[in-house]
Design a binder for this molecule. Sequence first.
Ligand code: AMP
Length: 222
Amino acid sequence: MRAMHLIFLGPPGTGKGTQARRLNEKFGWHPLSSGDILRAEIAAKSEIGNKAAKYVSSGALVPDEIVTGVILAGLGRLDHSKGFILDGFPRTVNQAESLHAGLEQSGPEIDAAIDFQLADKAILERIVTRRICKNCSATYNVRFNPPREPDRCDRCGGPVVQRVDDSEEVVQKRLVTYREQTAPLIDYYARKSLLHSVDASAGIDDVGQQVMRILQTIDEGK
Ligand code: AMP
């Protein structure tokens, strides 16, 4: 499989990060999660982090002018020949325009935008039981996939916690934000003939197989 440059679209809690990590383990493609980058900035109390914190904790989008620069800078530091997966960016049409303008100057073409589809009720059930490692961002679920030792990451031993924005109230807000500001990207990528979708209600392995089928079709130039 050649190195691919992918965008993972779709609401929160649909398994984008999990599938990005799987592709990283399988092919070495770099996952780039805008949420992880912003959470690291917030934890470091950087200028960007201090500006972003109130938006993240309330379930709103961080304004484009704050987020676009930091994500494009992160993308610029990656070795593009190794492939990448953008998880959570772009989230507005404006961000998408900035991304494609940046890549046109000095970057590869995007091979596909994959939309992870899941009903709101299932998203809510998944997210309120989701937990995350504060150190390495590995995700767990207290019901379906708990860490072996309670509250301790299997991978790095770090503390496993609930994200401040994973409460039911904030998730409801994030879903509204998604519908209003991010869902228009589905049409945007359909018009660029880059859109593919997966049924994210299936298990992790099944969704992984759906993703692989899409990638194989692209790789074979169909
Ligand atoms: P995520 O981890 O992708 O669910 O993102 C967590 C939160 O970070 C979101 O609810 C937003 O507040 C913020 N965020 C992440 N990515 C973006 C983005 N591309 N644009 C604006 N805000 C973002």
